[in-house]
Design a protein around this ligand. Sequence first.
Ligand code: ADP
Ligand code: MG
Length: 257
Amino acid sequence: ERTEQTILHVSDLEKQFGGIVAVGGVSFEIERETITGLIGPNGAGKSTAFNLITGVYRPDGGTVYFRDEDVTDLRPNQLADRGLVRTFQISRELSGMTVLENMLLAFDEQRGESLWRSVLPGARRSVVSQERELLERTWEILELFELDHLAHEDAATLSGGQRKLLELSRALLTDPELLLLDEPMAGVNPTLEKKLLARLHELREQGYTFLIVEHDMEVIMNNCETVIVMHQGQVLSKGPPKTIQEDERVIDAYLGG
Ligand code: ADP
Ligand code: MG
């Protein structure tokens, strides 16, 4: 049920590809300042749900509310402006550019506008101060994920885990409230994974909200307050990890297999 703490509310979302129902009437709420896990077997519709929520796809039916606003028809950059961003299952860093350049480019990309929007007569000074702020924030985030020493390296030279961190860093740069992370731990080594999880908890305590698709059940069960289980384009179950682990339908459809 929807409460004051609800930051995201999706209602009866539907998406078909050709004749295939990828998402067939999905509804759920996400509470502010939580880490919620979205799990389910391959093909369950998790990535499609992410794409629908973040405006990458337009749904065939249903509604997405972000902070009580109907954002169903907004594009990704408009959502980023409002504080809703996502990362991708396959990270999309650009080779031939440094880590730092990737960060700065991401800002323009996600916002779909650039700081230059404010380059109007008389606005120069504010652009300079905005740029300085952006650079400071960029370095802060790179330090947070221990990427600062790699700032001037070609992004193509990063390890799989570091690419994941860069992807998350890029999303954070837009100063979002809600982040949707598609398999953030894939390819991340155990040491880095531990650090990344610690960072997520710190960020949650600072007021960020996370919805995470992750295959590693340990990660989901140990770090999420709430788990949503999808199966065949539907929500099969939703609840605290302990309840989910004992849910017969979930065990049959996913955990038992
Ligand atoms: P998950 O992320 O849970 O593995 P997906 O959302 O990727 O699931 O896929 C759900 C279903 O929709 C699958 O049957 C998949 O093959 C299909 N699907 C997803 N994206 C597309 C697409 N762009 N075109 C056609 N079919 C798609
Ligand atoms: Mg997927």
